[in-house]
Design a protein around this ligand. Structure first.
Ligand code: VG1
Ligand code: CO
Length: 587
């Protein structure tokens, strides 16, 4: 168990992005690459005053290629840095929400986790030629805050050695149970416990939702569902809940065996990548109905590689993530977790997420927050009282347009939570002896009351970095010139660069995306992705609000947004900057 000190040299590119460090797998498997990052994290923890010998380190991942090897390396470095209690998910598998749930689980103080390494590049493809990733979560169960990730990055730039317990045995992580490893002299002992991947998270979800009511819905003859886990880690959880607990046939679980390359797919639950599910649900890739040769299920859902994202579909009906957030907020009283705490108190959405939830917040007098992209900004709001002694904003519902939804039950977005939230709401919306109230019925009733925020996102993946950055700079240089400008039928009321002043800890996050706010309430947002493993991804988000009085349910999103899209493409000169105006993905 004696640590060896290994000499190393820094890598210049280990800056954690929106959600951890993501790179091509081949970058991660270079000698010392993973080791440097993990040691830099321990160095930052030491400077932050975390005593890693007091408590437990949790490790798990989404099962992508290199997951198993990385786990063994992290264990050896952790031991050399003084960690003596380690939890690992069975077979190395833990979804991101499960990690958050386990860290937060109340247990004997000496056992409590002080943090976790999550091995995932989320929705990015996996395999030897695709992406790998690592992220550190803190004691509250949430992603490390920016002060810590900035410090980690600073450490990666100066690192000269790392410590590793080279003789520590390779741990068999295929069986749940405890393994004790002691030094020869008997003066040191490390406990490695292999945990069930699902127990803690599923037990938590059971306290949040009305499982018997959901089972009642699933048992109806006129209700059927499918869940596509896209060969990511979610399959383990989906089978546990839907087959073992609710008793559904395993055929309802599409692609539920986790694979280290996600079966060559892109485990991203949207209309483009969840192709198989979208077809089963009788939809095309624009979310419009198409004829289907088979009976179409009443409800469909999909998850991403690490199980924190969700897509919700009804029979031939696509629910946008922004609408999903608003509808869960409007129906929060149907969910016992919120109801038991006196109802939902606040909602938060990332800046590019549509304003649909704002309308619910206004109607129901909820506090509303608009944060930069990335789940870490929601964590402070959730912990405002417990960690910062401020106002309590919980129970809090949060969401992003990128298919992420969740609440303060944990500190990550939670794909399975969102699916169960919808099933719970559908179950609670039924009237005895009446025909099934469908997903489509629920969404349309919502639009009739609140109006509809037509919404679309264009992604330009694999763009050249310099061009993409030049485009963003052009916007930044022209915020004043753009304000007041006429674009076809639209007038820009305000153009700016979004900044966030965290109301809880006072930190300021600059440069969080370009906002073009039109005087009629429509918006166009441009951002560069912070999760691209290589190259640059430009995201363009468009939104147009139609009030209940003016709403025509037959108008399709693309027809409603067409002229706005044209104006946005013109204004951005995107074709000049990155060579194309044709997106790689539309969601
Ligand atoms: C994307 C999404 C963002 C999400 C992040 C992590 O970030 O836009 O909303 O929080 O991915 O999700 P970016 O910087 O590429 O736009 V996950 O499921 O990849 O951990
Ligand atoms: Co994810």
């Amino acid at each position: 168990l004696t640590p060896t000190t290994v000499k190393t040299t820094p890598f210049a590119d280990q800056k954690p992005g929106t959600s951890g460090l993501r790179k091509k797998t081949k970058v991660f498997t270079q000698p010392n690459y993973l080791e440097n990052f993990v040691q830099a994290t321990f160095n930052s923890l030491a400077s932050a005053g975390t005593d890693v010998s007091d408590g437990t380190l949790l490790i798990g991942g989404d099962g992508r290629y290199y997951n198993d090897k990385a786990i063994q390396i992290i264990i050896k470095i952790a031991v050399a840095n003084g960690v003596n209690r380690i939890w690992v998910g069975e077979n190395g598998l833990l979804s991101t929400p499960a990690v958050s749930a386990i860290i937060r689980e109340q247990g004997p103080v000496w056992k409590k986790a002080f943090g976790a390494f999550i091995l995932t590049a989320s929705h990015n493809p996996g395999g030897p030629d695709e992406d790998f990733g690592i992220k550190y979560n803190c004691e509250n169960g949430g992603p490390a805050q920016e002060f810590l990730t900035n410090d980690m990055f600073a450490n990666t730039k100066t690192i000269s050695t790392y410590a590793i317990a080279k003789s520590f045995p390779t741990i068999d992580i295929s069986k749940v149970g405890e393994i004790k490893v002691a030094s020869k002299a008997g003066d040191m002992q490390v406990n490695v416990e292999v945990l069930s991947s699902t127990d803690v998270h599923v037990a938590l979800l059971k306290t949040i939702f009305d499982f018997p009511a959901i089972k009642g819905l699933l048992d109806r003859d006129d209700f059927t569902m499918v869940y596509d886990s896209m060969h990511g880690v979610n399959g383990v959880y989906a089978r546990k809940v839907f087959c073992d607990i609710f008793g559904l046939d395993v055929s309802t679980q599409m692609n539920s065996i986790s694979k280290d390359d996600f079966n060559g797919g892109h485990a991203d639950p949207n209309l483009t990548y969840a192709k198989e599910l979208v077809a089963v649900m009788g939809l095309d890739k624009s979310g419009l109905p198409i004829p289907s040769p088979n009976p179409i299920p009443s409800f469909g859902a999909a998850a991403d590689g690490d199980g924190d994202r969700n897509m919700i579909l009804g029979s031939q009906f696509f629910v946008t993530p922004s609408d999903s957030l608003a509808i869960i907020a409007a129906n929060a009283d149907k969910i016992q977790f919120f109801a038991a705490q006196g109802g939902l108190k606040a909602v938060a959405r990332s800046m590019p997420t549509s304003g649909a939830v704002d309308l619910v917040a206004k109607d129901q007098n909820l506090a509303l927050f608009e944060t930069p992209t990335g789940w870490k900004f929601f964590g402070n709001l959730m912990d405002s009282k417990a960690l910062f002694g401020g106002v309590d904003y919980t129970p809090l519902l949060c969401g992003e347009e990128s298919f992420g939804t969740g609440s303060d039950h944990i500190r990550e977005k939670d794909g399975l939570w969102a699916v169960l939230a919808w099933l719970n709401i559908i179950a609670a919306s039924q009237k005895k002896g009446k025909p099934l109230v469908t997903v489509e019925d629920i969404v349309k009733a919502h639009w009739k009351k609140y109006g509809r925020n037509y919404y679309v996102r264009y992604d330009y993946e694999g763009a050249e970095k310099a061009g993409a950055q030049a485009m963003m700079k052009m916007f930044a240089d022209n915020t004043e010139a753009n304000t007041g400008k006429t674009c076809g039928a639209y007038t820009i009321g305000k153009a700016d660069i979004f900044e966030y002043n965290d109301p809880v800890d006072g930190s300021l996050s600059l440069n969080q995306g370009v906002r073009i706010l039109f005087s009629d309430g429509s918006r166009v947002i441009f951002r560069l992705s912070g999760t691209a493993g290589s190259g640059a991804t430009v995201r363009m988000y468009l939104e147009k609000y139609v009030s209940p009085e003016a709403l025509d349910l037959n108008v399709l999103p693309m027809d409603c947004l067409k002229d706005l899209i044209e104006e946005a493409l013109k204004l951005s000169k995107i074709k000049e900057f990155i060579g194309t105006d044709v997106p790689t993905v539309i969601t």
